[in-house]
Design a protein around this ligand. Structure first.
Ligand SMILES: *Cc1c(COP(=O)(O)O)cnc(C)c1O
Length: 435
């Protein structure tokens, strides 16, 4: 978050005054730092530089066209989970040959469209999906490139809602069945096996689950080669965590270094597999965009009750659901810098400094952005929710008929650009009719 700084008591992002941005674009408002996104992408790219590789940004983390376009220009590929995401990346100028398609419920129409535009591969999540892809490819006279998403049955040690690599999760093909499903795929006429993949969860803050998953995936690769099934790429998925509070997740370089260590040993032990020809894929989402984003919100009211002080703000769980959905803790900074020392026993006891519950306008008790935050506030003040670039806007809804916020990209030289207009009221009922 090095793009955020107080100057003369006011908060700036990429040297631009947050208060000015709020005045120009209104609140609630999402801000993204182009520089910060670029740096994170390049950190992965640099770490993977010595290997044939492709970084497939996970579109669901933040699917704004400007972000997809920025990443496409940096050479990124994309991990998509729906036709909507496919259409987005195509509009943003992505090369379909750099698109991998994950997701457990790919429909006939989605598979047809992906085959028509010739994506890099389907990350197949079940045997039934494999049969369906083969059938559709046959009908369209195509050969579908596939990778099987293997569930390595490891504990990602993250929140249960964002853990995906345990046996009981709905994702991927079970480790025990993997080899036989590959053999089945190998016999299907309109299927070409090109890879193997896994994704064990999100907001991973330790390396050990990655290493466990990598070991299991590589062991399977060796078995496949023994069965005369060869692949072109290994995809280790996404999931690298970021710092919201005091987590100390590995850096992209540290993550890639442990994967590299595993790969080096693996290719040494398996000289029949040409390591130089195998492309390494990763699918980071959160770690590219989370810390590059902010949500700016305005204090509408302060409400002081027996046991609680509420700062009621204009952004709610409809704009940013992470705290409500995952009990996620997100840093909330005042736009006006706080006094260093609490103003204790000054003459007037009238401080508005309290431990505030920062809550939104939505009619749900779970509509909380942060609890017990030490803030000194007045009506009309601005607050900034940090690390809101991932799973923020992309999970936003119109619940309570709230138009979704505007999104702005902070550019170099104190420039900024509106990359999504605030929704209008008429957009709220677009497509609806009365009887
Ligand atoms: C969500 C997802 C990712 C990205 O996860 P992050 O935690 O945002 O890095 C990667 N691959 C797949 C298949 C996903 O579903």
């Amino acid at each position: 978050m090095d793009f955020l700084q107080y100057k003369n008591g006011r908060l700036f992002a990429d040297d631009i005054a947050i208060a000015e941005l709020a005045k120009q674009y209104g609140t609630p408002l999402y801000l993204y730092s182009k520089n910060s996104i670029t740096q994170q992408f390049l950190a992965f790219a640099k770490a993977l530089n010595h290997r044939k590789h492709l970084i497939c940004y996970a579109v669901k983390a933040n699917s704004n066209l400007a972000i997809l376009h920025l990443l496409a220009k940096l050479g990124s590929g994309f991990d998509i989970v729906s036709q909507g995401e496919l259409e987005r990346v195509l509009v943003a100028g992505a090369d379909p040959k750099k698109v991998v398609f994950s997701g457990v419920a790919k429909s006939v129409a989605e598979i047809e469209r992906a085959l028509q535009v010739d994506i890099k591969c389907f990350n197949v999540e079940s045997e039934a999906e494999l049969e369906r892809i083969n059938q559709i490819a046959g009908r369209l006279n195509k050969i579908a490139a596939i990778s099987l998403r293997i569930n390595p049955d490891v504990d990602a040690k993250t929140h249960p809602y964002i853990s995906t690599g345990l046996r009981e999760n709905k994702f991927g093909i079970s480790y025990q069945l993997a080899e036989s499903v590959y053999q089945r795929a190998d016999r299907l006429p309109n299927i070409k096996i090109v890879g193997i993949d896994c994704h064990i969860g999100s907001q991973l803050t330790q390396l050990s689950p990655y290493m466990d998953a990598a070991d299991r995936i590589l062991a399977l690769v060796a078995k496949l080669y023994a069965d005369n099934i060869t692949i072109e790429h290994i995809d280790f998925g996404g999931g690298l965590g970021v710092c919201y509070d005091n987590e100390e997740p590995p850096t992209p370089a540290e993550l890639i270094a442990v994967l590299e260590d595993r790969l080096k040993h693996f290719f040494n032990d398996n000289p029949n597999i040409d390591g130089k020809k195998i492309e390494i894929l990763i699918e980071p989402g959160r770690s590219i965009v989370a810390n590059a984003g902010l949500l700016v919100t305005k204090v509408e009211y302060l409400k002081h009750q027996e046991d609680n002080h509420f700062a009621i703000v204009d952004a709610g769980m409809n704009d940013l659901i992470r705290p409500a959905l995952y009990q996620a803790w997100m840093r909330i900074l005042p736009e006006k810098e706080a006094e260093q020392e609490p103003a204790k026993s000054t003459a007037k006891e009238s401080t508005s400094r309290h431990l505030y519950n920062v809550v939104g306008p939505i009619c749900e008790s779970s509509d909380i952005l942060g609890e017990k935050r030490d803030l000194d506030l007045s009506e009309g003040d601005l607050l900034v929710v940090c690390s809101a670039g991932a799973y923020g806007f992309s999970m936003a809804s119109n619940y309570n008929s709230q138009p979704r916020p505007a999104e702005v990209m902070l550019l170099d030289d104190k420039k900024h650009k509106l990359i999504r207009e605030r929704e209008s009221f008429t957009q709220l009922w677009q497509g609806e009719t009365i009887l």
